[in-house]
Design a protein around this ligand. Structure first.
Ligand SMILES: [Zn+2]
Length: 362
């Protein structure tokens, strides 16, 4: 469906009426579906907390909760959220103040983290963490269930059952991913005093993601054990990687445990910049995993080089208190200015193309 938006704007000088017409694709309105679950929030007056039991307003019996963990002693809930997820599971989230959360001991370690598709994260210590292999098994299961759903008659009982099956696999994937991310972020926060990450605009990246090039597709395919389907788009990979959730968890965990999180400007050319001499190459397509700096000849692993740059930029940002901008002023940790010019993407286009030696992935 296309919607015409007409914005009348009055021009003060000429008193004329200018019509600005924009055509945008907007989907039809639709009713909220019951099968997608929902949630309700209960503030203090709407529930009662007595002897470790939760009574909702107008309910005589307490909720029979299977606790995932016990509340800290002497804590009283301030907000209770009841949620039904599409796979039919009920969740109770209880907001409490936890006095047991204390800063963790200092380790004097710093790390830069580059998030990517082939490996979920690459740290400046040279460590690469990929998505767990069990995800592929779940994706295959999801595909099977979705195919089964598509064959069912609309409005039939069997379709509803198949719908629930699909939702259950989605829930499984979500649980596995959340569990994995929690373990990963807790480990990072525990081991490091300072974590530098890129401030990514994930929503924009998903919307504007270009289709994968053939080489990138094959690279992804080989890593995912051949499970990447032919029309696999970058958007799906970015969504899968859950970068946003990863950043969110790091953010609050660093705050809880007294660690420092430095976010650097998303336009900082972390991948294209040589970590050794500061030279910035003009282009570095996604499928090039290893490259050689045309200026100093250093051989770089794409992701490890990026994580080194992120750590260096993070340290510089913290030192100067610049809040991630502008990077053109940042000192290079290796003694050379970042690029001798601004690093904003618009301006990088005007830079002359540099010869780039590429190393084919073996
Ligand atoms: Zn170099």
């Amino acid at each position: 469906m296309y919607r015409l938006a007409i914005n009348p704007t009055f021009c003060a000088n000429s008193c004329s009426l200018a019509l600005k017409i924009t055509v945008s694709s907007v989907r039809d309105p639709y009713f909220k579906k019951k099968r997608n679950g929902g949630s309700a929030e209960f503030t203090k007056s709407a529930f009662k907390w007595k002897d470790g039991k939760l009574f909702l307003a107008k309910c005589k019996e307490h909720l029979n909760i299977v606790w995932s963990r016990f509340l800290p002693q002497d804590s009283t809930p301030s907000i209770v959220t009841i949620k039904l997820d599409p796979s039919g599971r009920w969740f109770v989230s209880i907001l409490v103040k936890d006095p047991t959360v204390k800063p963790l001991p200092k380790t004097n370690k710093k790390v830069g983290i580059d998030v990517g598709i082939t490996s979920l994260i690459t740290t400046s210590n040279g460590e690469k963490v990929a998505n767990p292999k069990q995800f592929n098994r779940l994706y295959k299961k999801l595909r099977r269930k979705q195919k089964a759903l598509s064959r069912k008659t609309k409005g039939s009982n069997n379709r509803d059952k198949a719908c629930l099956e699909v939702a259950k696999v989605h829930a499984q994937i979500k649980d596995a991913r959340t569990d994995f991310l929690h373990k990963l972020t807790t480990k990072l926060v525990r081991e490091n005093d300072l974590i530098a990450i890129e401030d990514l605009a994930i929503r924009n990246m998903v919307r504007n993601a270009p289709p994968l090039s053939t080489a990138a597709f094959h690279a992804l395919n080989s890593i995912q054990g051949g499970s990447a389907v032919k029309n696999h788009k970058l958007a799906r990979s970015i969504s899968d990687a859950s970068w946003g959730e990863f950043n969110r968890q790091l953010e609050y965990k660093c705050e809880w445990y007294g660690k420092e999180l430095v976010k650097i400007d998303r336009y900082f050319p972390s991948s294209k910049r040589c970590g050794n001499c500061g030279h910035i190459v003009d282009k570095l397509p996604l499928d090039i995993r290893e490259w050689e700096c045309p200026k100093c000849g250093t051989n770089h692993d794409r992701d490890i080089n990026a994580s080194h740059n992120i750590l260096a930029a993070g340290l510089a940002v913290r030192q100067r208190g610049l809040g991630g901008f502008p990077h053109s002023l940042l000192p290079n940790p290796f003694g050379v200015s970042v690029c001798g010019a601004s690093v904003r993407p618009e301006e990088s286009k005007s830079r002359k193309a540099t010869a780039l030696k590429q190393k084919p992935k073996s």
